[in-house]
Design a protein around this ligand. Structure first.
Ligand SMILES: *Cc1c(COP(=O)(O)O)cnc(C)c1O
Length: 489
């Protein structure tokens, strides 16, 4: 049976339901599933749909959920909100495969987990029922915010507040969030970057005054620090592999690579868990933009915050503190080591992992990065040569897959957002005529490519802006306290 424990203390074991409700562990660590001999039998899932693969994987990991409960959740999550029946379709191009993860209700890969997390959380809440309400605090670099707001809209007993960097998201992303409906949602802009928003949420989760403020409200998170976000993301690694087998592109048990556009290290960590569960993955390619702290780390073993922060056209990867990396560090060492490394990060703004750990990291991961110019060139070239339009995040990963191209090992590049979410920047790669307004850019992109525009991205231009609040990054605790007072339970 798979145990769930904190990265900061092996003895801090909780049920998976409790871990989903808590978000962050009370010792400041992250919950991880300890996978030992549990394996997904690939030959059994060959004819399964995405949903059936999800049921198989989730029932392996969510040990206190019954299969019936899991089926109820996957039925609600992976339904006709998705504009592609296979949920995560594969596209073949001349040198590999793209797995599109953005056919959900907000056109970003965050929908994979955030369409199901609210249902998992409601079920967990029924099991553990400790308080009257859950308040979900979420930091976003753009895509998590809207996907969480859509997923948790009007869910019973749950409120959600989303914090986003005021200058750090695309015009479309901002509009998506600030037009959100639902009586239980709040959206707040922060004068700072994503790391500031994430710190605000983490600080609040362990702040004694906030925790004790109202015993009837418990805090949780919809960020990938929540294990309930991570687990559903394992599914598309399996489903895309199975699709290649079914397409006769690989034999069952052949190895593949995955190239993953990485920010908070959640997506790629799900790939690592897929590997632990027996998926034949050769390497996971960790692809970064100009904020390439992870490339440096996987190359040298030194994680250093002593660097400049860049705002790029792939904003969901503009992150210096990749939270989920802590989970990998733990899986490759122990909680004593993790505590030492995290203390060093807090005090010295860096840590260095021992040589054996670096070797283990390099057994499973490759890493590289791509600057803005190469990102744009990749979008242009790929559209011209392959007639497939990709967004800037996907382009970063595609470029990385080219760099590590191996004709004997097929590579699946994970495509994480619809190009229409970043219409201005994508348009600027394939045209000289760029309107300043994002709606005009979406339409211009359509006129050139004839690729259909996701409905959810058009609707928001007809909706009123509901949320306009902007706060300083120092005012997180104060703001959250005020919102809790207003919740009045
Ligand atoms: C969130 C996001 C990423 C980064 O994923 P992580 O799990 O944070 O590494 C990449 N691309 C897009 C479009 C995203 O929304």
């Amino acid at each position: 049976m798979i145990k769930v424990i904190s990265t900061r203390n092996e003895n801090n074991e909780v049920s998976i339901s409790q871990a989903i409700i808590n978000g962050l562990a009370d010792d400041g660590g992250l919950y991880v599933p300890l996978i030992n001999d549990e394996k997904i039998e690939l030959d059994k899932i060959l004819d399964y749909s995405y949903k059936e693969i999800a049921n198989t994987i989730l029932s392996k990991l969510l040990v206190d959920f019954s299969l019936e409960e899991i089926k109820e959740c996957t039925d609600k999550a992976y339904d006709d909100k998705w504009d592609d029946k296979s949920i995560a379709p594969i596209k073949e191009y001349s040198k590999g495969y793209i797995c599109e993860l953005w056919h959900g209700p907000t056109s970003a890969f965050k929908d994979i987990a955030l369409t199901i997390l609210p249902h998992l959380m409601s079920k967990a809440y029924e099991k553990e029922n400790k308080s009257n309400r859950i308040l979900i605090l979420t930091a976003t670099s753009g895509d998590t915010g809207k996907a969480a707001l859509a997923g948790f809209k009007d869910v019973n007993n749950i409120n959600i507040i989303v914090f986003y960097p005021n200058e750090g998201v695309s015009d479309t992303q901002k509009r998506q969030m600030c037009t959100s409906l639902g009586d239980n949602v709040e959206v707040i802009a922060v004068e700072g970057n994503f790391d500031d928003c994430q710190k605000m949420v983490k600080d609040a989760s362990v702040n004694k005054n906030i925790i004790n403020f109202n015993k009837n409200i418990s805090l949780s998170s919809a960020n990938s620090i929540n294990i309930g976000r991570l687990i559903p993301q394992i599914v598309y690694y399996f489903s895309s592999y199975i699709q290649l087998v079914k397409m006769n592109k690989i034999n069952l048990y052949d190895k593949v690579n995955f190239s993953v556009p990485t920010g908070n290290f959640g997506n790629i960590l799900a790939g690592y868990l897929a590997k632990e569960l027996g998926l034949p993955i050769n390497k996971l390619i960790c692809a970064s933009n100009s904020n390439h702290i992870l490339t440096d780390f996987f190359t040298s073993g030194r994680y250093s915050l002593d660097r400049d922060f860049y705002t790029t056209i792939s904003p969901s990867m503009d992150i210096l503190i990749s939270s989920n990396l802590e989970r990998l560090l733990f899986l490759l060492s122990d909680s004593k080591t993790v505590n030492e490394l995290m203390t060093s990060l807090a005090n010295n703004k860096e840590y260095i992992v021992p040589k054996e750990m670096l070797d283990k990291m390099q057994e499973s991961f490759l890493a590289t990065w791509c600057d803005e110019e190469n990102c744009k060139k990749t979008i242009k070239d790929f559209y011209e040569k392959e007639n497939i339009l990709i967004d800037p995040h996907t382009a970063v990963a595609l470029k990385a897959s080219e760099e590590f191209y191996d004709q004997n090992i097929p590579c699946i590049t994970l495509s994480t957002a619809s190009p229409y979410k970043f219409a201005n920047d994508v348009l600027s790669c394939i045209s000289d005529n760029i309107p300043s307004n994002s709606l005009e850019a979406i339409k211009a992109l359509y006129n050139i490519t004839s690729i259909s525009i996701p409905n959810n991205l058009l609707e928001i231009y007809d909706m009123p802006i509901r949320f306009k609040e902007i706060i300083n990054k120092e005012d997180g605790i104060k703001t959250i306290t005020k919102k809790m007072e207003a919740m009045n339970v």
